[in-house]
Design a protein. Structure first.
Length: 275
């Protein structure tokens, strides 16, 4: 680490970047959250203090690790200096208009939040250090929802629901008028298969609506966080800590709920068939 060591008492190059990544590390935050949650459940407050100490120790270990420094700085150097990271929401694909508009809302909200976070200084910046990782996670989830919405829109665009429903009516009519049991069974099975096909398409259309609602919620949450960050500049230290904790809790809750939706969505999108 000789090349990165302090010169003349100054900080190492990229020190702020590495600190933010260490503070916002999902592993470090997970240890702190697990300890605090357990302490709250069983009323063992010394356990919360131990969890806090463990979190501080893990952050310190990251900051002392040459490997961690290399990973953090390599991620920063992956793009030209001063150029913002490309949003995972950006796409060259032809999106469904509703999905495209929802993705644009999230991207604009994310960019504004990034701007106000970058402008934060002093104690505000310290309190917001852990927000970066949660925002990245939420934006990545939004990007996956956009991809799923695109996949669903592409699949539904290839289907003619009216024609499929008319086909189902024809099959049901043939099953009722079949001259013998064997023919009736075959027509009935064909109608059942077509009915199942239509149900999958109806489920996909419902999932698409939920995707749009989730993206709108994410955009609104990010916009709300931007306003809160701006307001933090006028707060005292205690109020800053409280609001920062509330922001992290809100992001964690939304990330958890969107993750549950992603898990429920995955087999449904797979059932729709390949693009």
């Amino acid at each position: 680490m000789a090349d990165s060591s302090r010169a003349g008492g100054g900080r190492r190059p990229g020190f702020g970047v590495v600190v933010r990544r260490a503070v916002a590390s999902p592993l470090n935050l997970g240890v702190a959250a697990a300890g605090a949650g357990t302490a709250w459940l069983i009323g063992a407050w010394p356990l919360a203090a131990l969890a806090s100490a463990a979190y501080v120790a893990m952050v310190a270990m990251d900051l002392a690790s040459p490997v961690f420094w290399k990973r953090a700085l390599d991620a920063t150097r992956a793009r030209p200096p001063g150029e913002p990271a490309a949003s995972p929401l950006a796409t060259d694909s032809a999106l469904d208009p509703a999905v495209r508009d929802a993705a644009g809302q999230v991207q604009r909200a994310q960019e504004e939040l990034r701007r106000v976070l970058a402008d934060a200084q002093g104690e505000v910046a310290v309190q917001l250090a852990a927000v970066d990782g949660s925002v990245d996670e939420l934006t990545s989830r939004a990007a996956r929802l956009v991809r799923s919405g695109e996949e669903i829109a592409r699949h539904l665009g290839r289907e003619d629901l009216g024609a499929l429903r008319r086909e189902l009516e024809r099959l049901e009519l043939r099953a009722r008028s079949a001259p013998d049991d064997a023919a009736r069974q075959q027509w009935t099975e064909a109608a059942t298969a077509r009915r199942d096909h239509l149900k999958v398409l109806d489920d996909l259309a419902g999932a698409q609506e939920r995707i749009l609602a989730s993206l709108s919620r994410i955009a609104a949450a990010l916009d709300g966080l931007s306003a809160k960050v701006v307001r933090m500049g006028a707060m005292d230290a205690e109020a800053l800590a409280d609001l920062s904790g509330n922001m992290n809790s809100e992001l964690a809750r939304i990330n958890s709920e969107v993750n549950a939706f992603e898990e429920a969505l995955r087999p449904l999108v797979a059932a729709g068939g390949p693009a």
